[in-house]
Design a protein around this ligand. Structure first.
Ligand code: MN
Ligand code: MN
Length: 310
């Protein structure tokens, strides 16, 4: 990998991280740059469904990057979420749609951060700006990622730019029934029935370092929140196991019902007072019932960050 620049999304990669890496690598290659698409973790079931649909291979797995490795981060900018070895790597670019998480770099770099619902929307803009036309399969990847990150435009993070990009991409990809395809994909992504509690609390999970301790926030989307309640006890135990095992001080899991647009926030560990400050009065069993909450980035992390500031 001496000369190639690795393009990678975050650990516990979601569909956006994988599709951004693959498509941005395609764009860069078309522009004559020597890059390779990478990933910093396992492919999710939802992403596998997308790769199968568009007959694409997953990016190359990197557990760690070597010192001096040229690197481009997509769909994240926080060190705690990045591939191991970032500190000593040669960071060239960040393309992202999240808050800035305090990363500092040794050298100047190209940054493109926009408050849109999906990083793939930015990747699509970059293709257009650079005069690179996307083959149908790559357009399909980006359409899938936008549908995934925005929960098919239901998430409050969705912007007009995401809707516009998705409309154009579905056309290029030749997807005849965009909504039907998107819901089918989200159904495949729902780990609630196909994964163990331990896998669920580690699957789509982000870590945040606060002065009061390490906080992990995982999310699982479900199509039927009532049915999912049968799994709560096992999920809470898996969250407690994370705390007991020293993986986090406070571990949270958003069980998000996409259809009714409700999140039940299960959790284990310390900082109960901080959580109550962020999310109001808990239910009798200690979990937080949050109607209208779908987005970790927009509706969970900001109140959490504010509450931890005190
Ligand atoms: Mn992501
Ligand atoms: Mn994203």
């Amino acid at each position: 990998m001496e000369n190639k620049t690795i393009i990678t999304g975050h650990k516990s990669p979601d569909t956006d991280s994988i599709c951004c890496a693959l498509t941005y690598a395609y764009i860069k290659t078309q522009l004559g740059e020597d890059v390779i698409a990478g990933r910093a973790g396992e492919i999710s079931k939802e992403t596998q469904f997308v790769l199968d649909t568009f007959k694409m291979e997953p990016p190359t797995f990197f557990a760690k990057v070597d010192a001096g490795q040229k690197l481009i981060l997509v769909d994240h900018n926080e060190k705690s979420q990045a591939v191991d070895g970032l500190d000593d790597a040669d960071l060239k670019e960040i393309i992202d749609h999240h808050r800035l998480g305090g990363l500092s770099t040794a050298a100047p770099l190209y940054m493109r951060v926009e408050p849109v619902g999906c990083c793939s929307t930015i990747i699509y803009k970059l293709a257009k700006e650079n005069g690179v036309s996307l083959p149908p399969a790559y357009a399909g990847l980006l359409f899938s990622a936008i549908s995934s990150d925005t929960l098919y435009f239901k998430s409050p993070t969705t912007t007009d730019a995401d809707r516009k990009a998705a409309g154009e991409l579905a056309e290029i990809a030749g997807i005849k029934d965009p909504k039907g395809y998107a819901l089918d994909m989200l159904q495949h992504g729902s780990a609630i029935n196909s994964s163990t509690p331990k896998e669920i609390v580690h699957g789509d999970m982000k870590e945040f370092d606060f002065p009061q301790g390490k906080v992990t926030v995982a999310q699982v989307n479900v199509m039927d929140g009532e049915k999912a309640k049968a799994k709560w006890a096992d999920l809470k135990k898996a969250l407690q196991d994370m705390v007991d095992g020293g993986e986090s001080d406070t571990s949270l899991l958003m069980v998000t019902d996409i259809m009714t647009e409700v999140t039940d926030l299960l959790w284990a560990g310390k900082n109960q007072d901080v959580l109550a400050k962020a999310f109001g009065t808990p239910e009798a069993d200690g979990h937080f019932h949050l109607p209208g909450v779908l987005s970790r980035k927009k509706q969970i992390v900001p109140p959490l960050t504010n509450a931890f500031k005190g």
